[in-house]
Design a protein around this ligand. Structure first.
Ligand code: KIV
Length: 281
């Protein structure tokens, strides 16, 4: 059944957990979508796991549009969210509405996600007024890592925890329909979850959230660029993929691939005729 914004609202109301994963291309999106997942996020983690960037700051609107379009083609049932990249919404409300609109209209996303709190409330309100569903994102917001001085757990002191809790309420009032909480103590995520009416989606925020999201490459052992306490490898297809590629190379070198089963043939009669045409004088 097609998941919509109402799937998120009902999950919060009924206490059902939401599961989300990132995707960046058509075939992966199709595979994830077939697993009855609630939401797929074209995250700006795209920059690191697919484009080889050091962080998410270099990801552009054209990167996000290109990959959102590909993912959208593979999604039938999940709710599709696309990340607004760095500098596509920070400078002005106008920019944020135009760029959110592009991710919906040209990319095929159903909602957008923005990182930040009170600093971007006018942008969130503008996008919501433009009839585009918005997901908020608090805690360790990777687009602000230069301000944090690195990728650090947030909300670990009384004051910083209170700040994040207050920010969550502000985002709820601004109209976000769900809130990603990244890398904060599980107790703080639990307080937020119990005190707002929209679902919280945790990534490194403990089991008390209304749902969880992880990066596709991390859960399958496909990316060794980050080591985080919260991420879990549920399978390692990186090892299997490498073994498969090595077998291919070996068989090519030995000449055992392609064999009869994987080759096309011509009838002996036609082959003799052809050879006669080619080689007899
Ligand atoms: O870009 C991303 O992958 C994210 C995470 C919250 C999954 O924003």
């Amino acid at each position: 059944m097609k998941k919509t914004i109402n799937t998120f609202r009902e999950a919060k109301k009924n206490g059902n957990k939401l599961s989300l994963l990132t995707a960046y291309d058509y075939s992966t999106a199709k595979l994830i979508d077939s697993c009855n997942i609630d939401g797929i996020l074209v995250g700006d983690s795209l920059g690191m796991v697919c484009l080889g960037y050091k962080n998410t700051l270099s990801v552009t609107m054209s990167d996000m549009l290109h990959h959102t379009r590909a993912v959208a083609k593979g999604v039938t049932n999940s709710f599709l969210i696309s990340d607004m990249p760095f500098m596509s919404y920070q400078a002005s409300v106008y920019d944020s509405i135009i760029n959110a609109g592009r991710l919906i209209q040209e990319g095929g996303a159903e909602a957008v996600k923005l990182e930040g709190g009170s600093n971007i409330i006018p942008q969130i309100e503008g996008i919501v007024k433009a009839q585009i569903p918005v997901v908020g994102h608090l805690g360790l917001t990777p687009q602000s890592f230069n301000v944090f001085g690195g990728f650090k757990v947030q909300g670990t002191t009384v004051d910083s925890a209170k700040f994040i809790i207050d920010e969550a309420k502000r985002l709820e009032s601004a109209g976000v329909f769900a809130l990603v909480l990244e890398c904060i103590p599980k107790e703080i995520a639990q307080i937020i979850t119990e005190n707002i009416s929209i679902p919280t989606i945790g990534i490194g925020a403990g089991a008390g959230c209304d749902g969880q999201i992880l990066v596709y490459h991390d859960i399958l052992g496909l990316y060794d660029g980050t080591e985080t306490k919260f991420s879990k490898e549920f399978a390692n297809i990186g090892i299997q993929t490498k073994a498969g590629i090595e077998s291919y190379i070996n068989e090519v070198i030995k000449g055992t691939y392609p064999d009869m089963e994987h080759s096309y043939s011509m009838s002996q009669t036609d082959l003799s005729l052809l050879k006669k045409k080619l080689f007899s004088k």
